[in-house]
Design a protein around this ligand. Structure first.
Ligand code: RB5
Length: 177
C-alpha cells in the first residue's frame, strides 16, 4: 500500500523533529576521565550520562595499564577552563588523588562524593564543576546514581554561596601564583 510508506515516513520525520526538544532538553557538555584505578567504572558513567541525553567526551585512560592521575585531572581541568565542557566526572581508585590534583587549577572546584546528599549539594551550594569518584570505594550502580544526581543539580546562586565561592577565588588569586 503506497499510503502506508508515506505515513511511516511522516511519522519518522515527526519523531526526528520532536527528539531534540525532548531528549536533549537541558543537555550539558560533559567530560569524563579516569586513571587505571578508575578505568573499570568509566564506561558505566559515560553510558549513564549519555542515556540522560548529555554530550560526553571521553578523555581516557583506555586500559588498566598504570598511568598518573594528575595527567587526567589536568586534561579534565583544561577542557572545562577552555569552555569545551561545563562539568566533568573524574575517577581514580579512591577519588582522593584526582580531586587534589583537579583543585590545583584556578577555577576548578572538585569534590569527591560517595553519597547522594554531597553529590547534589556540592553543586547547589559550591557550584562544583568536577565530581570525583573512587572506583575502588563504591560500586558501578551507586556511582551511576551519583553522576546522575550531580549533573541534574543546579547552583542555587544564593548570595551567601556566591560570597563563599568568591573567597575561594580570592585564595586562588593570592596563593595560586
Ligand atoms: C592508583 O593506584 C591510585 O593511587 C589512584 O587511582 C588514586 O586512588 C589516588 O588517589
Amino acid at each position: 500500500m503506497p499510503g502506508v510508506g508515506r505515513w511511516k515516513r511522516g511519522l519518522r520525520s515527526l519523531q526526528r523533529s520532536l527528539r531534540p526538544r525532548f531528549l536533549y532538553h537541558g543537555q550539558v557538555n560533559l567530560t569524563v576521565a579516569s586513571d587505571h584505578g578508575g578505568f573499570p567504572l568509566k564506561a558505566r558513567i559515560i553510558e549513564e550520562l549519555q542515556r540522560l541525553g548529555h554530550q560526553v567526551t571521553d578523555l581516557g585512560t583506555n586500559s588498566a595499564v598504570p598511568v598518573d592521575y594528575p595527567d587526567y585531572a589536568c586534561n579534565v581541568a583544561r577542557e572545562i577552563l577552555a569552555g569545551r565542557a561545563t562539568r566533568a566526572v573524574l575517577i581514580c581508585g579512591s577519588g582522593a588523588g584526582a580531586c587534589v590534583a583537579a583543585n590545583k587549577f584556578r577555577g576548578i572546584r572538585a569534590a569527591t562524593c560517595h553519597d547522594s546528599f554531597s553529590a547534589r549539594q556540592c553543586v547547589e551550594d559550591d557550584d562544583c564543576n568536577v565530581l570525583c569518584l573512587g572506583a575502588r570505594v563504591i560500586g558501578p550502580e551507586l556511582a551511576a546514581d551519583l553522576a546522575r544526581i550531580y549533573v541534574n543539580a543546579k547552583f542555587s546562586g544564593a548570595e551567601r554561596h556566591r560570597r563563599r565561592i568568591g573567597k575561594i577565588a580570592a585564595f586562588e588569586a593570592e596563593f595560586g601564583k
